[in-house]
Write a protein that binds this ligand. Sequence first.
Ligand code: 6MZ
Length: 335
Amino acid sequence: MDIPKVELHSHLNGSIRNSTLKDLLTNLSVPIPRTLQNPELEESTRTLSECFEIFPLIHLAVSTSSALRRVVRETLSDFESDNVIYLELRTTPRTLDSGSVGKREYVDLVLSEMKKWVEDKGTRLIPRLIISIDRSRGVEEARENMDIAKELFKMGHDYVVGVDLGGNPTKGTFKEFKGLLEEVRTAGMKVTVHAGEVDNLEEVNDIVAFRPDRLGHFLCVDDGVWEKMEREGGDIPIEVCPTSNVMTLGLEGLGQHPILERLVKEGYPVSINTDDAGVFNTKQSLELYRVAETLGLNEYTVSGLVWGAVDLVFEGNRRTRARVARDVMKGIKGI
Ligand code: 6MZ
């Protein structure tokens, strides 16, 4: 799958290379957990609760400005090597360097490192930033994150394209954050919401009623949810993360994915993504390959999936969107 691709659902710290994570933990003299020592375990044991155990460890490893800069650079390089040409990375602002770097500085640091990387490399990869809320950390922290997002958006920062509600889906409720998300939407920003990663139909219905610009995962849903979506405004694009979904749902394989086949066969607006390329030991081309293999798709159908995702980007600049479309089309025509 060497065609130019777009990636729309990728958590910055979840994209950390395993080698970097081990390296940073070693420097901090933190013992390396068993799953990080054995590559076979890395691939087979990332259930939802294990994922949410590993994120605090990643955050501990990436607790300095220099570590964060390194993760930004390496993540961009990894996506570029996989021929991703447009990348929406998302991250949750937090403090670094024992509190001397605040949340706003965290975001500034990510943005400046992205810009610097682009300038130094002269790359065709276009990186963009989505600012996340971690639902397990409460509304006050969420408000701080959304204030940062709104401020940067109002300033016209060309890299900041939207906000996200994510974090451990078993903690907190969508309702707590709805008002905040409404505010950022009114300010003109795009909103994506993680939905249905665990069984909670009431919450999924609330999220669908809110009508975010995109939905993340959308796994535990029933017919009533689809009917509601249809009735109340039609399709909301879905960010599918195949390997992540298989692991967090504890499936035997992608063939058991609850909605993938239906989405692809019905031509639903979807994008295929990595979620946490480091945690799930994956990359975009591999995700597309797994979808193709599972559903028996030929390369034209896979190209159609990539092309469809171009329409779903949060980028607001018409020229940039046209550039992405042109580059993807050029690649597809070459196959
Ligand atoms: C929900 C997830 C996630 O923000 O520190 N995150 N939230 N579902 C998932 N599915 C597996 N994977 C990652 O990146 C790590 C953070 O992203 C969210 C969690 O809040 C995690 O702490 P950042 O860059």
